[in-house]
Structures are given as C-alpha cells and as structure tokens.
Design a protein around this ligand. Sequence first.
Ligand code: NAD
Length: 352
Amino acid sequence: MNPAFIYEINPGRILFGPGKAQAVAEEIERLGAKRALILATPFQRADAQRLAERVGPLAAGVFSEAAMHTPVDVTLRALDAYRASDADCVVALGGGSTIGLGKAIAWRNGAPQIVVATTYAGSEVTPILGQTENGIKTTIRDPRILPEVVIYDPTLTVALPVPMSITSGLNAMAHAVEAVYARDRNPVSTLMAVEGVRALHDALPAITARPDDLDARTLALYGSWLCGSVLGTVGMSLHHKLCHTLGGSFDLAHAQTHAIMLPHSVAYNAPAAARELEPLAAFFGESIGSGLHEFARSLDAPLALKELGLQEAQLDLAADLAVKNPYWNPRPVEREAVRSLLQRAWEGARPE
Ligand code: NAD
C-alpha cells in the first residue's frame, strides 16, 4: 500500500437494492424539492414517462433528448425546459449519457440531482462532467457536479441487452484496474477497486448465461458502484486517455472502446505496476492483459477497434493525440509503443 496518502471522500446518499426505484418520490421530498424534471434518452422515454406518472405531482415534466458525450446544445434546451416547467431538481433515469445531462444542468444552475442508474458506467458517483461543443470534448471536475442521491435498482438493469451489459461492465472494470495503480490511490480505494473487479468478474458470465438473473444483475450493479466510486476518487492513466482520445476525436462508442482497449492498456502498464496489479491475478492469472483478453472473448465482447469503424490509416493520428498531454501513468508513455498497442487493438490481436 501507499505508506502515506490523502483520501477525499465524495459525499452522497446511495439507495441500493431491488425495488429501490420506488423511492424516487420520497427522495425528491427529502431534498426539499417539489418539482422534478425527469431526464432520459429518446430510447428510455417511455420509462421516464412511467416514472413521471409514479411520482405524480412531484414531476415537472420529461426531457428525453439526452445524448452521448453531453452536447452543450442539448443541455441548453434542457435548461429551457427546466425553467419553463418551473422545476427545482432533476431526476436522471439512465446511463452515462443521461446522467451527464443532469450533471451539466446542475453545474450551470445548482439543481439538486437524483440519479436512477441503469448501466454500469459509474458516472453517477463522480464529480466529473465531460461535455462536447463544436466537436471538442472538455472535462470539468467540480463538487457541484456530483449527484446528491443515487438509486441502484437491479430490476431496472434486467432489460439492459447482454452485449451492452458486457461492454458496460468492462467499462466499469477499467476504472477499477486503473485505480489499483493510480498514483493517488489509498488503501480504501484499492479495497473498493479489487472488490468491484471481483463482483463484475463473477457477475458478467452469469448475466451472459441468464440475462434475467436478478442475483447476477445485483452483483454487477454493486461492482459498478464500487468501480464508479474509485473513478470519482483517484486519477486515471493511459487507458482512460486512450479511450477519451478514441471517443472524443474519432467518435467511437464509449463502452465498446473501453472493452476493447482494457487488455492492451493493462498489458502496457503491467511491467511497471506488477505489484499493484497482483491482487487482480486471482481473477485473470499472472498475465493480466492476456487474462482480460480471454475473459472478454469468453463473453463475446468486441475485441477489435476495426469493428467499431476506426480506419487503420487513423492509427497514426490516434497515437499522436493519445501521447499529447498524457495523464500520469506508471510506465512512461512512449509514442512508438502506444502506436503498436493501438495496432494490436485495431486488429483484435492478443495483447503483448
Ligand atoms: P448510455 O447512457 O449512452 O446508454 C446507451 C444506451 O442504452 C442508451 O440508448 C440508453 O438509453 C440505453 N440504456 C441505458 N440503460 C438501459 C437499460 N437498463 N435497459 C435498456 N436500455 C438502456 O451509455 P453509458 O455507457 O452508460 O454512458 C456513456 C456516456 O457516459 C459517455 O458519454 C461517457 O463519456 C459518459 N461517462 C461519464 C463518466 C463520468 O464520470 N463523467 C463516467 C462514465 C461514462
């Protein structure tokens, strides 16, 4: 462990368990609020409407235009809807895209946020907002961005399609893997990270076999909470930088990109972080990059960046961008080694 550390704990109220989504109305009142604008993606609009009916007079309306990477024009329309409906809080029902919209509203007008999380991405427990304007993605970290209340109800994740469950679960694992070697880790963040990986390692194969297994769904959501919590607490390294570059500059899908890149990023960092990664050998063997690759393959996860539409000719630019302004990383970030890592990830080859 780190012999000395600083641990800043994010405040927040967590409600966890099957049926907990029934508590939304109570939680709105508990915040001292009276009118919640309910947020969703177009895909989850019907779910948001049902939630609005359930909370009755506490619902100010539904805004269902949330989109990946939190475009600022959508946020501005949502702020108009917030004002026009006389709302005094937001309820985000969904994954990282919807949660991002709630955060973007709160960051601008201080609205209290309740999140009902339905994927494993982990954004609900971080004070981080990534938003896009004119094709540029910027990241803001501010205590106002952290949602006040998070509800994890595994019954709402049963309908998350298996491929999305797997990539979203691997996205969550990526937070935890980078947390175990984070420069600013502490003994508690490491405990949470290893337990988060354990939970997802056990849950994802069970979900693949039985998508409606509520125990497996509960375990996965528990793991995603832990993994999201460490994302909100310690710094991320090369893996997240690579995924931000591939998502931000080449518009690759978020969870799938994480799923493909994780084995390669870990293999890159393993020689410099062998001791820190040791607790994960129990799940993936001594060669963690290869072990993660096999794990992803056994779950039918996407393995190659070319499957996501990235062209081989774009790899040079991706490598250039990924090594620019690097995040702290346990192993020095070298352009040629990163280029060859990207080549293997593009092909879907085993990590080196
Ligand atoms: P998402 O929120 O974009 O969801 C993907 C699709 O699945 C959407 O259409 C959504 O409506 C649907 N969906 C969600 N839950 C469902 C369910 N239970 N059943 C059926 N369909 C469901 O995907 P995501 O991976 O959760 O989020 C990705 C976004 O979150 C990216 O923009 C990423 O940058 C951001 N993110 C931010 C942070 C942070 O801390 N700021 C952390 C992780 C991810």
